[in-house]
Design a protein around this ligand. Structure first.
Ligand code: LP5
Ligand code: MN
Length: 259
């Protein structure tokens, strides 16, 4: 696995789930991008940046909400290195989009060194091995032949298929236990053993925070990035969002109050 070495501070955010019905989340994310451009040396976005990405061609004649968010990404990428990772909603993001934004694509699992710290970065859905239905779906949609076949369809067809898949996923999730939809501890431990990296960072589970575990007698940490939703806030549910900063002082999670 190649090592990506980046000078810190490095900011990381994922699971923003930008879509046509998330104006408040888009605005908060654009504010975050401006802040990152002034305070970070690099920005890593490991997946589910978008709520449903059906192919890079939608960025060409982008609807206004998307054009505005893409422009904000292009501006920050003109100031600091921006790396795009693929999640279970935007696994179809490709080099055309990255090049158009002046950004780079993250590999599915990236070994990253910031100062004295090396961590493994991924979206995190690959660790959810108890969710066998999802892993089957993942295997299908990550298959290059399937992706080529899907991308050969018209935009309306792809939008329709994505909407159907979203609907089926929402229904399926209602029948799953929350444990199944979290990482499998053995899958995480297996990755730590295979890579020799004891610091794991990912998103996807929408369970932000730091998790400490022992693997073969070694203390390891697994950090989960916050998910974003500023469009369904009420008294009981404040706007959600946040990011992780990795610098010489270590790792620190920030939420939107800091913005
Ligand atoms: O996404 P979310 O948070 O609801 O749940 C995820 C897992 N579900 C998915 C499916 C995506 O939401 C589908 C939308 C992707 C849009 C972009 C790509 C467009 C091409 C898609 C065309 C097929 O990732 C969910 C996990 C959960 O995270 C927690 O980890 O449990 O997994 C599932 O729900 C999988 C289901 O159990 C079975 C698969 C549902 C989709 C079926 C596809 C049908 C194709 C229809 C086309 C005609
Ligand atoms: Mn996800």
């Amino acid at each position: 696995m190649n090592n990506i070495s980046i000078a810190g501070p490095v900011w990381l955010a994922s699971d923003i789930h930008l879509g046509q019905n998330t104006p408040a989340t888009s605005e908060a994310f654009r504010d975050f991008l401006q802040l990152a451009a002034t305070e970070a040396q690099a920005l890593l976005l490991p997946g589910d940046i978008f709520d449903a990405w059906i192919g890079d061609d939608i960025a060409v004649m982008a609807p206004p909400w998307l054009a505005q968010d893409l422009m904000a990404l292009r501006v920050v990428a003109s100031k600091i290195p921006v790396w795009l990772g693929r999640g279970n909603r935007d696994f179809l993001m490709g080099q055309a989009l990255a090049s158009g934004l002046g950004a780079r694509l993250l590999p599915e699992q990236a070994r990253i060194t910031v100062g004295s710290r090396t961590f493994l970065l991924s979206h995190g859905d690959e660790y959810c091995t108890d969710d066998t239905a999802y892993q089957q779906f993942r295997a299908m949609v990550r298959n290059p032949a399937w992706q080529a076949s899907f991308l050969a369809r018209s935009v309306p067809e792809r939008l329709s298929m994505a909407a159907q898949a979203r609907g089926e996923s929402v229904v399926a999730n209602q029948m799953k236990s929350s444990e199944i939809m979290d990482v499998n501890a053995d899958a995480v431990a297996r990755t730590i053993r295979e890579t020799g990296i004891s610091l794991i960072v990912h998103g996807h589970t929408h369970r932000p925070g730091r998790n400490v575990m022992t693997v073969d007698g070694n203390r390891c940490e697994r950090w989960v990035l916050p998910d974003w939703d500023c469009d369904h806030a009420d008294d009981a549910n404040p706007p959600r969002g946040g990011w992780l900063v990795i610098d010489e002082d270590g790792l620190t999670l920030f939420d939107l109050d800091r913005a």
